[in-house]
Design a protein around this ligand. Structure first.
Ligand code: MN
Length: 433
């Protein structure tokens, strides 16, 4: 593989398309007028509730509605926003095993399509005021989801996750005095079964921890419990790139090293030494945890660099600081380069090149519109790669032995670009240095 080919394919990983372009592309394929899926799943978990899910931005935006939807416009139902779910979840009816995240019985209560009543649904969702029409089997007509402004003594506690679900006035309304839709129609829209019938059927059990990636036959993969402690390999600084075909070279990303551990639906964030981030720092990086949760395995550990791409198309530390403090138009991107644990298997003894191949396959399975990106590499040709990295104005490169284990003796290197190794900027180039 030549460098030109590498750069043609990979520059986006560092300099990506400007956010404006990415957004307009998203709108094109997710046009405001297109009918999207909706699904309501009745969920007998610790407490019975209805999960209200609307397809938007390539995922199912989700709310937990304790009392379920009402057709009476006078009734306002509390809807707590929960994490995005993958589109594949829209078809699920069955049992989530006890002890797993959301364990309990799930009944497909209603489903169909939805469309915005007015305006741009992306903007209205972000603004917390989304009006839409449902075309389902049980629910029809206009509804509104209105985000509550945090206030009073609970201010700050729910992070703006409380919404109200309200029926709009139209021909599809029904006064609750004359009947309640969730009582009248308790059955599954898919199978006409009751919750009890589904609960007694063991044939539909959802194992959210199935990565659908075959780990048998991977030398070095060891069935093991989730590691209690993790020591991420460190990068030693070096002045010149290592030579030889048994090295994998990656572009250096100006950002912060971040590990994510997903264990049974919970995602924990760790810093470069393997210790948990403080709660406030983890909250600022909530979008990363949400994206990692969409990967098709409930137990995994990924290692990567969190960066923010500024409107000029380049990742830089200032943009990251801006984004984490909730300001600026920058796009948060999590570049993943390692996978030490997956789906009940310790992969720390698997050669790096194979861990990366598994990671690549895993990331391909999630919606393209998450902030997750696979950080690709070049095999060998370190000197050429280094020259190219410096020419592109990237901080440097990372070189890792293709067969390295994920441990203290991994032998990973960081080769920074310096004033000496960078070609002199041409006079005609203005702006960035
Ligand atoms: Mn639920």
């Amino acid at each position: 593989m030549g460098l030109a080919e590498y750069n043609r394919k990979r520059n986006f990983a560092l300099t990506r398309e400007p956010p404006g372009e990415a957004a307009s592309e998203a709108r094109q394929s997710d046009s405001a007028l297109r009918a999207r899926q909706f699904v309501i799943q009745k969920h007998a978990a610790t407490r019975l509730h209805y999960d209200f899910r609307l397809e938007l931005e390539g995922v199912l935006k989700s709310w937990s509605v304790p009392k379920g939807p009402s057709l009476d416009p006078k009734v306002k139902r509390l809807a707590m926003q929960t994490e995005d779910h993958p589109m594949a979840y829209a078809d699920f009816e069955g049992i989530i095993p006890k002890g797993q995240y959301g364990g309990g019985t799930v009944l497909l209560w209603d489903r169909g399509t939805w469309e915005p009543l007015e305006g741009d649904p992306h903007r209205d969702f972000a603004a917390g005021n989304l009006k839409f029409r449902l075309k389902g089997t049980k629910l029809q007509g206009g509804f509104a989801l209105i985000r509550l402004k945090p206030s009073g003594p609970r201010r700050g506690e729910d992070d703006g996750r409380s919404w109200l679900l309200i029926k709009e006035r139209d021909t599809e309304i029904r006064d609750e005095a004359t009947g309640i839709i969730t009582d009248d129609r308790p059955e599954s829209v898919a199978t006409q079964r009751t919750l009890e019938e589904i609960a007694s059927d063991r044939s539909h059990v959802w194992h959210s921890n199935r990565a659908q990636i075959d780990l048998s036959g991977i030398a070095g993969a060891r069935p093991a419990a989730f590691p209690k402690a993790l020591r991420p390999p460190k990068l030693a600084a070096r002045k010149s790139p290592p030579e030889g075909d048994d090295w994998l070279h990656e572009m250096g990303i100006p950002g912060e090293r971040l590990l994510c551990c997903a264990d049974g639906g919970e995602v924990h964030l760790l810093g470069p030494t393997g210790t948990a981030l403080p709660p406030a720092a983890a909250r600022k990086r909530q979008a990363v945890a949400d994206a990692v949760r969409l990967l098709p395995s409930a137990t995994l550990i990924v290692d990567g660099t969190l960066a923010a791409v500024a409107p000029d198309g380049h990742a830089n530390p200032k943009a990251l600081a801006r984004t984490l403090s909730g300001e600026g138009p920058d796009v948060l991107t999590y570049y993943l380069f390692d996978l030490p644990y997956l789906d009940g298997h310790d992969l720390r003894g698997v050669p790096l090149a194979e861990r990366k191949a598994l990671l690549d396959a895993l990331i391909r399975k999630v919606a393209e519109r998450t902030c997750l990106r696979y950080l690709d590499h070049l095999d060998g040709a370190g000197a050429d790669f280094f020259r190219e990295a410096c020419r592109l104005g990237i901080p440097g490169m990372t070189s890792r032995p293709a067969d390295s284990r994920y441990d203290a003796r991994a032998g990973w290197l960081n080769v920074p670009c310096t004033a000496k190794t960078r070609p002199r900027p041409r006079k005609t180039v203005s702006g960035r240095s």
